[in-house]
Write a protein that binds this ligand. Sequence first.
Ligand code: FAD
Length: 481
Amino acid sequence: MTVQTHTCRAVVVGTGAGGAVAGAMLAEAGIDTILLEWGSRHAATDHHDVVDSMARMYVEFGGSLALGRPPVLIPIGRAVGGTTLVNSSTCFRAPPDKVAAWGGPDYAELEPLFEEVERRINAVVLDEDLLGGNGRILKRGGDALGVSVKPLKHNVRDCKGRGRCAFGCPEGAKQSMDRTFVPDALAAGARLLPCHKVEQFILEGSKVAGLRGHCDTGPFEVRADVIVLAMGAMFTPAFLLRHRMANGSGRVGKNLNIHPASRVVAESDEIVDAFKGVPQGIYVDHWQDRGIMIEGIFTPPGPLLATLPGAGMEFKVLAAAYNRLAASGVMISDTATGSVRPGRFGMPFQAFYQLSQADARSMHFGIARLSELYLAAGAKRVFTGFAPVPVVDCPDALTRMEAHPVKTTDFELLAFHPLGTCAMGADAKTSVVDFDLRCHDMDNLYVMDASVIPHSLGVNPQVTIMTLAMRAARLLAGKLS
Ligand SMILES: Cc1cc2nc3c(=O)[nH]c(=O)nc-3n(C[C@H](O)[C@H](O)[C@H](O)COP(=O)(O)OP(=O)(O)OC[C@H]3O[C@@H](n4cnc5c(N)ncnc54)[C@H](O)[C@@H]3O)c2cc1C
């Protein structure tokens, strides 16, 4: 079969938060750049059916797992735009103390880049009327207890609050990478090859000369002077490990942080209609010094009801109360780390993550605080997601829940922010890439995605990933030109 061959100066693999920004920066600096993307391009009109969106825009139907007790569901996007196409569009900068702990570029250097990223993706605080019932209920609880419940920043334009962020925005309001930095890269002359899955490095001596893979029409090859991997914190380390590359430190695939999260659902007597409005509209950072962040998370009936307890008629009654439910998540800035390695038996990767006892206690505390907020807002039942006390319906039940001993297996965990598996650092013995995001072991190989963030951030990471990619790709472009 004929191999389609392309040549360029820089090839970027992946078009998510890291890859799209890297591609745009390189192309805008006049570097001949190709963007390779496993997933396909989607229009807003494609985002109408939840199940169909999951099949087409998520890896393995959104069912990627990290093994541990309990296992953790870690959904990952696959599309032009990467996971930014299906994310909740919440925008945070890395907190200054986390940036300082990296020991690399300081906050003052990153600040103008954060600003540029936020301007280019239109990160704005949402109008109150878009926060919907889900935000209203939690805010009422916060007002009653003196806890500040605030609107989040989102990268959107003309958001209509359709409540479907995690399945692609049917209005095209989300300013994900496919609507911002990918078009910017193309306008500056980059070439985008969607539905191109990279499978191998092309090696010439000790140098990487390009990449090979398959697309719809057969095998392809891209030859380039510089290779930028931006496949995300699961795929990038698995790919490097499979080829035994860039791992002089032995740290590729180690140091996996995920921000473990759990959901709490509240049932009220009033109509909440939480599916109208932005699902992740509000947040509570009152307990951030304990590594706990609360954010709204309402989802369509299928995914939400599947997580609630009960069976038979009892469950039918609960399902019928969908428009009286509200939901938020508790997210932990994790102290434990897991690992990723190449998958076997056709799996794209294998990940392992064990929640630590300290993080389990933080999760328990966060769930208790969120349940308290919902009770204060007038909820009649709170589904805690904490297995020993799954329902709390009064302050006494909350006290019982708080007094209950905590095991790591007591939670249903999800995680949306895998980080750290090719961590950046100054020391080639303990990190995979330097602060310019170049692999310590390979002159022309770079990693510009979530893998490089060395510690749990405690906040949603997309803006930080974009900012680090912007800095590194501009430095790289400077070297190339
Ligand atoms: C449901 C959900 C909600 C989220 N909400 C938020 C939020 O509100 N705010 C926030 O800051 N973060 C959020 N996140 C996380 C955020 O979207 C990610 O941290 C970020 O997109 C990661 O960027 P990345 O560049 O590392 O990887 P990705 O954005 O995942 O991009 C990687 C790309 O590489 C491609 N790829 C992988 N392997 C190959 C291959 N072999 N060949 C070619 N291409 C390949 C993939 O298809 C993908 O497009 C959310 C995540 C999820 C799942």
